[in-house]
Design a protein around this ligand. Structure first.
Ligand code: OSB
Ligand code: MG
Length: 370
């Protein structure tokens, strides 16, 4: 496919409720949307970077630069066969996985249109519906958190994940468990602890958590292996898993028993499918992680989650209204009464179209490269 033009659109979309993690308090989704024009077709990709390099080493500023000044010259007016060939073309770029993934994702959309096949079919998805969990931010008080838990349990969310940070961890979790002895509960530390906190994680073994997500450094898999040997609760790696090679090393070292795959964090769907397959070979359960995506990224995550090894655990692909009053797809991503998401496929008619007018309302800048 000839790449005729690339637009990079920066949007800001307010959150319905601030989302606090150990590394920042988000009040809006600051995001880049890439729009690739190719031979009369348009493919969209959502860049998952944030306003600052707080969770990933990249942010929207670095992604804009890499896409505009490094990636675009490589693909503009060139004939790019597809996502895999694109990844080979940009393999000279070290890191910058979120930037590559944004373009890679848009190329998958173009491939889907060109071949008249759903993304699910192209990726090898096998499931018609996927189960959804909710990720809850740090709240100012325990009653405020319990309120949020109640709200999302009432909506049917299959798993409750709670963000923790030092000083807001074990007492909060004990209180949650006291109120909800039986719910599927997980925690996400977003790398805010070290091996000095090993006793804290041993204490969490009493709370029947499904997993503890990324307790230690975002670039560590060695200390995680030490911690995993010291506790019974499975560790689920998030930040640390940025490639299939790191995933293989982490599995070999015993750094985790579960992996959360965010395709953007790993440079796109091509690499992420390899991680999916590797985990399947090694009986490592996986689930699709979230980055508080807008509708374009959210819808792609649903298709990715339809791959076979994603069948056991709930995904961080909430309904759009968990974060936004207004989104950029028609319809908004919506859960079924049993709190699942129906995977768009070749026959069921489920489609998420991009709402250009909504993008225009939320746009703060636009770079056109042609
Ligand atoms: O660590 O999983 C994470 C949001 C932003 C950055 C990192 C993470 C998260 C979430 C939210 O937990 C998941 C979602 O609902 O999109
Ligand atoms: Mg996480």
């Amino acid at each position: 496919m000839i790449i005729d033009r690339i637009d990079i659109i920066r949007v800001k979309v307010p959150f319905v409720h601030p989302f606090e993690t150990s590394f920042t308090r988000f009040v809006e989704r600051d995001a880049l949307i890439v729009k690739i024009y190719s031979e009369g077709l348009i493919g969209y990709g959502e860049c998952k970077a944030f306003y600052g390099p707080l969770y990933n080493p990249e942010d929207n500023g670095t992604c804009l630069h890499i896409i505009k000044n490094i990636i675009a010259p490589v693909i503009l007016h060139k004939d790019i066969e597809g996502p895999a060939e694109f990844m080979a073309e940009v393999s000279f770029i070290v890191g910058n996985r979120l930037a590559k993934a944004a373009i890679e994702n848009a190329l998958w959309e173009l491939k889907s249109q060109r071949e008249g096949k759903s993304l699910k079919t192209l990726l090898g998805g096998t499931q018609n519906e996927v189960k959804v969990g909710v990720s809850l931010g740090i709240e100012p008080t325990i009653p405020a958190l319990l309120n949020k838990i109640e709200k999302y349990l009432a909506e049917g969310y299959h798993r409750t994940k709670i963000k923790i940070k030092p000083g807001k961890d074990i007492e909060v979790l004990r209180e949650v468990r006291r109120h909800y002895p039986d719910i599927t509960l997980t925690v996400d530390a977003n790398s805010d602890y070290t091996l000095d906190d090993i006793e804290l994680f041993k204490a969490m073994d009493d709370l029947n958590l499904q997993y503890i997500e990324q307790p230690l450094g975002e670039d560590d898999i060695v200390d995680h292996a030490v911690l995993q040997k010291a506790i019974k609760t499975p560790i689920c790696l998030d930040e640390s898993i940025v490639s299939v090679d790191i995933a293989r090393n982490a599995i070999e070292l015993g750094s985790c028993k579960i992996i959360n795959i965010k395709s953007s964090r790993c440079g796109g769907l091509c690499e992420s499918i390899k991680i999916h397959d590797l985990c399947m070979e090694h009986d490592i359960p996986i689930w699709v992680g979230g980055m508080t995506e807008l509708g374009i990224g959210r819808a792609q995550n649903i298709s990715f989650a339809s791959l076979p090894n994603f069948a056991s655990l709930a995904h961080d692909i909430a309904a759009s209204n968990r974060y936004f009053a207004e989104d950029i797809t028609i319809p908004y991503v919506t859960i079924t009464p049993s709190c699942t998401l129906v995977v768009p496929d070749d026959t069921n008619g489920v489609r998420y179209e991009v709402d250009e007018k909504a993008i225009d309302r939320m746009m703060v800048s636009r770079d056109v490269i042609k």
